[in-house]
Design a protein around this ligand. Structure first.
Ligand code: ASP
Length: 571
């Protein structure tokens, strides 16, 4: 006999009279004057079992022993409930199953927390993830994860993309994070890096004539863990040959729409709006602005250049936010504190500096009764960043964000390079394989500050979902980019010789994109962080509470790998 013939959550009034076999977990047990009631649960829902000792003595005896989360197999008849016992809140609430056979398939020790308990510490939930997974929330999230990815795969398949597996163990890929290193027993002292992305392999697939590549690729980056970041995560990674930027963006938009439909949510309007990087920084102070609300940053520099007010006059850049409310002294002091934490000298409230400003300034900056203009004066990048953070902070505090909105948009027209704080000189904005805008190839070395890249980012409600670009497909251009980044001939050959060679043997023009699947699903599931949509995530310290990893290894094992620890092993 099958373990189960029907699922618990699927039984309805018109099943009355059927004899069924069910299997699942005991959600609750209640004894009522001899009768035993059990809510039996599987991932489709719950159904009420009734066991009557007069009709089924053995089953009733077994039922008395049942505790929460015992695993049961039950056979019995579906019967309508008495009118007063109907539960309109439960899809199966019209019926119950009169069980006459009941087998305990598995017992459960007392639980560290109840499945329906609120506010359970997250580390405890992760330590016992197999219990946590039985909750409606986790069932929904993991199944949504599956459905969205299945929909994305269908879109990619329909469009002729080929799923090619690329190695995890590779050379370091410059995606801007630290590599995870993997020692090699056969070659002590040497290390693989775990791929930060399949970037170069997918480009090599283009050179290899796979002109539509994709993969749901696991990527590893050694960065601090956050709401939207784990050490390992998955990307929808794809690459296309003989395409323009618009072709690449269109594929991504179709995937988003497909996943939304699979989740039963109205997809966002296509094509997604586009915003130039410079515009995003000017108006929102961020390259991943949240566009669910306005409150745009205003530039005041043209007016303040001739100001009598020293703070404005001497600042290379002055910008302000108009906030639809006023602030008490204490609130204003708190905003100033925040601005200082973010690196500004302060934030000025128009009402406090009125006496220093000219008529013209007051006319331009004047705000309606009940609103406040908040100014930051400093270097441009700092002003943008601080006002961008302030804009977000105030929108949250003042509840200006409509949580039901889904705003997708592209940020385009990035510079190819940015000044490198760490090394001085220039570093890449996206990664070193992004092509300059056509026609700007000669500018790369002559004027890196003003070379534009063909890079694009996808943003959803202020979360960066992913990035991509049209790539460099000519070795000379690639070498020019490497040189701007301070990489000599020898280092180029050592690190990227294979790429330069490939670019010299018939590389087609190509471009692609990668979207963080986990971030995408978390937002689709309306969850605040990616741990809630990841089956077995790590916590902020970088540990896995379930298995206890990472763990020390005995010295002999390390010696085999050519490794000796600087500090003695913890016990
Ligand atoms: N490899 C890039 C990343 O991981 C995406 C891309 O350029 O396609 O962000």
């Amino acid at each position: 006999m099958a373990w189960r013939e029907v699922m618990c959550g699927g039984l309805r009034a018109d099943d009355a009279g059927r004899r069924v076999t069910l299997a699942g977990w005991a959600d609750t047990r209640r004894d009522h004057g001899g009768l035993v009631f059990i809510d039996l649960r599987d991932h489709t829902g719950k159904v009420q079992l009734v066991i009557n000792p007069e009709r089924a003595r053995e089953a009733a005896e077994a039922a008395h022993k049942i505790r929460n989360e015992f695993v049961l197999q039950v056979t019995g008849e579906v019967v309508p409930r008495a009118p007063e016992a109907i539960n309109p809140n439960l899809p199966t609430g019209q019926i119950e199953v009169q069980a006459d056979e009941l087998r305990i398939l598995s017992r459960s020790a007392p639980l560290p927390f109840q499945l329906d308990e609120e506010g359970v510490d997250e580390t405890l939930r992760l330590r016992y993830r197999w219990l946590d997974m039985r909750t409606e929330r986790m069932q929904r999230n993991l199944r949504l994860n599956h459905d969205a990815i299945a929909a994305i795969r269908r879109v990619m398949d329909e469009r002729g993309f080929v799923d090619v597996w690329t190695p995890s163990m590779t050379r370091g890929t410059p995606e801007g994070a630290r590599d995870f290193l993997l020692p090699v027993r056969l070659q002590p002292g040497k290390f693989f890096a775990l791929a930060q992305s399949p970037q170069l392999f997918k480009q090599l697939c283009m050179v290899g004539g796979i002109d539509r590549y994709y993969q749901i690729a696991t990527c590893w980056r050694d960065e601090d863990l956050r709401a939207d970041r784990q050490f390992e995560f998955r990307q929808l990674d794809y690459e296309m040959a003989f395409v323009e930027r618009e072709d690449v963006l269109d594929v991504m938009e179709a995937c988003v729409a497909g996943a939304f439909e699979a989740a039963g949510v109205e997809p966002p309007q296509r094509p997604f709006p586009r915003l130039a990087f410079a515009d995003a920084m000017l108006r929102y102070g961020s390259d991943k602005p949240d566009l669910r609300f306005g409150m745009e940053i205003q530039d005041a520099t043209d007016v303040t250049r001739d100001s009598e007010f020293g703070v404005f006059k001497n600042a290379p850049c002055v910008r302000y936010l108009v906030v639809p409310r006023t602030f008490s002294r204490t609130e204003q002091a708190r905003l100033e504190e925040l601005a200082k934490e973010w690196g500004a000298k302060g934030v000025a409230n128009l009402t406090q500096i009125t006496k220093f400003l000219s008529e013209r300034e007051l006319e331009v900056f004047g705000v309606e009764e009940g609103s406040t203009a908040l100014f930051v004066a400093d270097e441009e990048a700092l002003v943008a960043r601080v006002l961008g953070l302030l804009r977000l902070h105030l929108a949250r505090e003042l509840d200006l964000i409509d949580a039901d909105l889904d705003v997708f948009h592209w940020v385009l027209d990035f510079p190819l390079f940015e000044a490198s704080e760490e090394y001085g000189g220039w570093t890449f904005m996206h990664h070193p394989f992004t092509a300059p805008v056509a026609g700007e190839e000669d500018r790369i070395e002559a004027d890196p500050a003003h070379t534009h890249g063909q890079h694009y980012d996808l943003i959803w409600n202020g979360w960066e979902l992913g990035s991509g670009s049209i790539r460099i497909h000519q070795a000379e251009v690639q070498q020019a980019v490497f040189r701007v980044m301070g990489m000599g001939e020898e280092e180029q050959t050592d690190k990227f010789g294979f790429l330069l060679e490939a670019l010299q043997m018939g590389a087609p023009p190509h471009g692609g994109f990668a979207m963080g699947i986990d971030r995408f699903i978390a937002l689709l599931a309306r969850e605040p962080d990616i741990r809630q949509v990841t089956a077995f995530p790590k916590i902020a310290s970088g540990s896995d509470p379930l298995t206890g990893a990472p763990t020390p290894y005995p010295d002999v094992a390390l010696r085999e790998l050519g490794i000796r620890l600087l500090d003695p092993q913890p016990e």
